[in-house]
Ligand binder design. Structure first.
Ligand code: TYD
Length: 249
């Protein structure tokens, strides 16, 4: 779709949100930009937006098929999806199945310890305050969400974890951890929004434990987009790969 005559509603670190011709809908454009370390490290990598939109659309579809309400409506092109418009809740909901990343820096976990039950953590989505970790009391005091809403968000997040862990392990990928963002639709229902991609998850090869995610970029290594393309190949059906011209690897 051409950018002419479209109203940009919001530009994030890696996605742009445009007004749609339909009320209650928006168009999300996945750019090739990648950032890490609270925006300290920035690059533009060809085909990154393409990988992330295809992976997000596919995983949102899998969730919808399993009874989870998501913002996703349809994939429009190789970098855009049409979605429901939501009023976003400023929480980063992080779910962890294996201890790694910032958890090891903050707490005395043994690296790669399996977390059963999974850990669910809430960070405040607020750049000025550098996304501090929250608890239920702080969330309620800041009037970000009610206890009922938090309980519902936890329940949906655990359901998503189960659906996606099962889906990915069948395709040779361990879902190590991930970040979700939720919003409310015009009727006040809590709906999954944003994206689920290698930018917002840790995905490991189930045999070699090789990373297929943004950790490659965080560590300053080469081959981020190649790894993302591997995920595209593992999660899309053959029919979807033909439709979206995915190079088979
Ligand atoms: P975490 O280990 O807390 O942070 P870091 O990436 O700094 O080591 O991340 C847990 C998961 O959540 C990981 O898959 C990345 C994702 N995540 C985001 O997508 N955005 C964020 O702002 C944070 C903190 C995590």
């Amino acid at each position: 779709m051409s950018d002419v005559n479209r109203e940009l509603l919001y530009a994030g670190k890696a996605k742009d949100i445009y007004k749609s011709e339909n009320e209650n809908e928006v168009i999300i454009k996945f750019r090739d930009d990648i950032t890490a370390g609270d925006g300290a490290k920035k690059d533009t990598l060809s085909q990154k937006g393409y990988c992330n939109v295809l992976i997000s659309a596919k995983l949102f579809k899998v969730l919808e098929e399993n009874g989870v309400k998501t913002q996703y409506i349809e994939l429009l092109s190789t970098d855009e999806m049409r979605t429901k418009s939501l009023e976003m809740i400023p929480l980063e909901v992080i779910c962890r199945n294996i201890a790694t990343g910032s958890l090891l820096k903050k707490y005395p976990f043994e690296a790669n310890k399996e977390l059963k039950p999974p850990i669910i953590q809430f960070d405040y989505k607020n750049d000025e305050f550098h996304d501090p970790m929250l608890n239920d009391s702080i969330i309620k005091a800041l009037e970000i969400a009610t206890q009922e809403e938090l309980d519902e968000i936890r329940e949906i997040t655990l359901k998503i974890n189960k659906i996606l862990s099962d889906y990915l392990i069948e395709r040779g990928i361990i879902l190590v951890d991930f970040k979700l963002e939720y919003g409310k639709d015009s009727e006040g229902n809590i709906i999954l929004g944003d994206e689920i991609s290698p930018d917002t998850t840790r995905l490991w090869d189930s045999e070699t434990y090789e990373n297929f995610d943004k950790d490659i970029y965080r560590k300053g290594e080469e081959g981020v987009v190649d790894a993302y393309l591997k995920v595209v190949n593992l999660v899309l059906s053959d029919e979807e790969k033909v439709k979206w011209n995915v190079e088979q690897i």
